[in-house]
Ligand binder design. Structure first.
Ligand code: UDP
Length: 454
């Protein structure tokens, strides 16, 4: 009998791509044929670079390049280049249908991004291919997405600026991303059109773990969020690859244990110029050693100005012993794993949160948009970090350097916080080891996909 053949279809953006690559490697390690559907061209240079490295490391994984048709005008409000590509994919995903039918051996399962789940599951079910969806956000934010059709009706019920949502408890209205509440926005349209198929898919895979989000995962799986949802399998935190672990930061090697603050806002969030300058002042005033990945544009290909032009030569000169500013891609996972790192200012993209938990690094949450405020609440309630909720969404207000310096001090000197982050690391490790909660879900998936035991 031919081994099972599983295809994976990630959508635009590193935050979607990376968990798919990590899951593809996990599935491929269990002796099945794996096809990864990759987008061409990618929006960011980082995506194409990660894809190339991935195939170089996994030559046995097949690549199916998919080029979405270009489109002239969106029906929705959509001006984010990553969302624009998601819309283009949605408009052309039907082209994949005949291609998937010709793959050899025939596909037994497809793991799709949520943003195309509805189309993929409809043509997969015609061919008796099992569909799974890999959801790339937190279980708590995913729950909110599932409740989106009800949010409009619930928005009248405001208790101290909170919505009381079934299975979620009170959710501050200020944490719901405004595009989600705007029916003309592509973000809410894509959720609304893909949520209904989630009762028909075989399973919903997530890069989270039971101990981190027990209440949300339990609420999802008991039908308290929505009835008839496919089973949610919390498989995380996903592990990184060898190529992400290459050591290349001699400066960091020279620093004392847990003395360096790492600052990164992920792959698609850029602070305003004024906010970058306040952050610069806050970092310097805090006096802590730092490693700052500076990003001044949403898309890396447009991020051409150097650190000196943005931050000023005198800052770089004054702080040359205090820290390092990097423009461009770094191996974040490798940096977070470094013993010199003692804290992480993060926008709380979900991958970053799970990496901080897996590596036991305390977080100062500074969410900018999307799911990040809800993710920040998970960070805070899990004891993994601090969240200055009054700093608002990115661009909502200018957070001044003195306030930033004070929070950095709380993060870097917080002994209890550090101890709790280490506990989170231990709990994450146990979740993934044999007999752990995530291992249990992975075994269930492997059984359903008829993969080999390892
Ligand atoms: N990342 C990285 N180096 C960078 C920027 C990002 O390794 O310079 C990785 C990071 O470790 C995470 C992913 O890219 O795995 C970003 O995903 P996340 O969900 O945290 O945020 P997003 O970029 O989607 O906002």
């Amino acid at each position: 009998m031919a081994p099972p053949h599983v295809a994976l279809f990630p959508c635009s953006g590193i935050g979607h791509l990376i968990p798919f690559l990590r899951l593809a490697a996990t599935v491929a390690a269990r002796g099945c044929t794996v096809t990864l559907i990759t987008l061409h061209p990618t929006v960011s240079a980082a995506e194409s670079d990660q894809i190339s490295k991935f195939f170089a490391l996994h030559p046995h994984i097949k690549r199916l390049e998919f080029q979405p048709l270009s489109f002239k005008k969106s029906k929705f409000f959509n001006e984010d280049p990553f969302f624009m590509q998601v819309e283009a994919i949605g408009n052309s995903v039907h082209l994949l249908d005949p291609i998937l039918s010709t793959l050899s051996p025939p596909l037994s399962a497809i793991i799709s991004d949520l943003s195309v789940a509805s189309s993929i599951s409809s043509f997969a079910s015609d061919k008796s291919i099992s569909t799974y969806v890999l959801v790339t956000t937190s279980a708590r934010f995913f729950s909110l997405m599932l409740l989106l059709p009800k949010l409009a009706a619930l928005s009248g019920i405001q208790e101290n600026g909170h919505l009381e949502l079934p299975g979620l408890g009170p959710v501050p209205i200020s944490s719901i991303p405004p595009p989600m509440l705007d029916s003309n926005h592509f973000f809410s349209a894509v959720i609304n059109s893909n949520i209904p198929c989630l009762s028909n898919v075989k399973g919903i895979l997530m890069n989270t773990f039971t101990e981190l989000e027990s209440a949300s995962i339990e609420a999802l799986n008991s039908g308290r969020i929505v009835p008839d949802l496919a089973p949610v399998l919390a498989l995380g935190p996903f592990d990184s690859f060898e190529f992400e672990k290459a050591p290349n930061l001699p400066w960091l090697d020279e620093q004392a244990p847990e003395s360096v603050l790492f600052i990164s806002f992920g792959s698609r969030s850029a602070l305003s110029r004024d906010q970058i300058l306040e952050l610069r002042d806050g970092i310097e005033k805090s006096g802590f050693k730092f490693l700052w990945v500076l990003k001044a544009n949403k898309v890396d290909k447009d991020d051409k100005e150097d650190a000196q032009t943005i931050l000023g030569e005198s800052f770089l000169e004054r702080t040359k012993k205090q820290g390092m500013v990097i423009k461009g891609w770094v191996n974040q996972d490798q940096i977070l794993a470094h013993p010199a790192i003692g804290g992480f200012i993060s926008h709380c993209g979900w991958n970053s949160v799970t990496e901080a938990a897996r590596l036991g690094v305390p977080v100062l949450a500074w969410p900018q948009h999307g799911d990040q405020r809800v993710n920040a609440a998970v960070v805070e309630s899990a004891g993994l970090g601090l969240w200055a909720a009054d700093w608002g969404w990115g661009g909502e207000k200018l957070v001044v350097g003195d306030d930033i310096a004070a929070k950095i001090g709380e993060l870097m000197l917080g002994k209890d916080l550090r101890a709790r982050a280490k506990e989170a690391k231990e709990i994450a490790r146990k979740a993934r080891e044999i007999g752990g909660t995530s291992d249990g879900f992975l075994r269930l998936l492997a059984e359903e996909l008829k993969l080999q035991e390892i």
